[in-house]
Design a protein around this ligand. Structure first.
Ligand code: ATP
Length: 323
């Protein structure tokens, strides 16, 4: 290829910057003549907000959160006539292929662009939610888990000092990957996720048992944000009706940013390099991910159609270990 483009799209995640850096440098060091950065995801592709990148332009970003290319949601990209504009902008600059870093929505956009306009695309899983099929891990997940764990450790100090029950809501869209890992790592008394049934009665029994054993009424319940935005507040109301006095803490956007963990920097650097290797080997319409420690390529069609399942075993471990 003479020229390839990179964009970051959807929710930002820590590790997008090391991914950008590795794609730029791997491409330029492998003979690609020009690498272009598209700003604000698909929005920049449509508005032609595209800049030339160099090895120097990605200096000193490996440790930075967010994305230097900026990210955006661009709902108009579902419109074929808008995608025509994007394809024209790419071809007018001689950009022959595109690497897209983002979540399932962003990878869907990449797949459609490839199918419709024959533009070679490679996707990288970039989301804190870890909800992308075909890869065990996504760029930003580890950092988000670490951030939430650190925050909950602090909340735990207050919970114990004041013998209080805390409901801590973590991110994860419609999945419970963050909640489950955070729950295990923090020794949460309970984890509530969209994937598996939650027994409120069981929670009340657990809390009563803890109380009778003299363990006080302190505790942490980790709740995945899920599909129901009121779940955490409803749970708090139900617990109040049972005589508890729970506090709510919604961690929110602190989970998305921050300096990427060593793990996420490694993952992003390896996946970014692999994306260039696959592209130069003639692959397209795939995502590069990791499975059992090895880099794998997954057809974007499969990424879009499948749903990643939260390991029941992990969820059971969270439930088993708090007693
Ligand atoms: P995150 O998981 O962090 O939220 P995401 O990539 O899933 O990231 P979305 O908002 O779902 O975030 O998608 C990002 C962008 O991808 C959308 O704003 C849109 O530009 C593009 N996109 C999503 N779905 C489609 C689609 N069906 N067709 C074309 N483009 C799409």
């Amino acid at each position: 290829y003479n020229a390839v483009g990179i964009l970051t799209s959807g929710g930002d995640s820590s590790g997008m910057n090391p991914a950008i850096r590795s794609i730029v440098r791997a491409a330029l060091n492998s003979g690609v003549k020009q690498v272009f950065g598209v700003r604000r995801g698909y929005q920049g592709l449509v508005s032609d907000d595209i800049t030339l990148m160099s090895s120097r332009s990605v200096t000193n970003i490996v440790q930075k959160g967010g994305t230097v290319l900026k990210s955006a949601r661009c709902p108009e990209f579902s419109d074929p006539s808008v995608r025509d504009v994007a394809a024209r902008n790419l071809s007018s600059r001689g950009i022959e292929a595109l690497v897209v870093i983002g979540g399932d929505g962003s990878l869907t956009g990449a797949h459609i662009l490839c199918q419709e306009h024959g533009i070679p695309v490679i996707g990288l899983p970039g989301t804190i939610d870890n909800d992308i099929p075909g890869t065990d891990d996504t760029i930003g997940f580890d950092t988000a888990v670490n951030t939430a764990v650190e925050a909950i450790d602090r909340i735990r100090d207050t919970a114990r000092s004041h013998e209080r029950l805390f409901l801590v809501e973590v991110m994860g869209r419609n999945s419970g990957f963050i909640a489950t890992q955070v729950g295990i790592a923090c020794g949460a008394e309970m984890v509530v996720v969209p994937e598996y049934a939650f027994d409120f009665h069981d929670l009340c029994i657990t809390l009563a048992e803890r109380h009778s054993k003299g363990q006080g009424s302190s505790g942490i319940i980790v709740v995945a944000e899920g599909r129901d935005p009121d779940l955490t507040h409803r749970l708090a109301a139900q617990l109040k009706a049972q005589g508890q006095d729970p506090k709510i803490s919604i961690l929110g956007h602190i989970q998305r940013g921050g300096s990427p963990s060593g793990h996420d920097r490694m993952l992003a650097s390896c996946l970014g390099t692999a994306a260039v290797e696959y592209l130069l080997a003639g692959y397209s319409d795939i995502m590069v991910g990791v499975h059992k420690g090895a880099i794998v390529d997954v057809p974007l069609q499969r990424v879009i159609e499948e749903k990643k399942v939260l390991d029941r075993k992990l969820f059971d471990i969270a439930a088993l270990l708090h007693k």
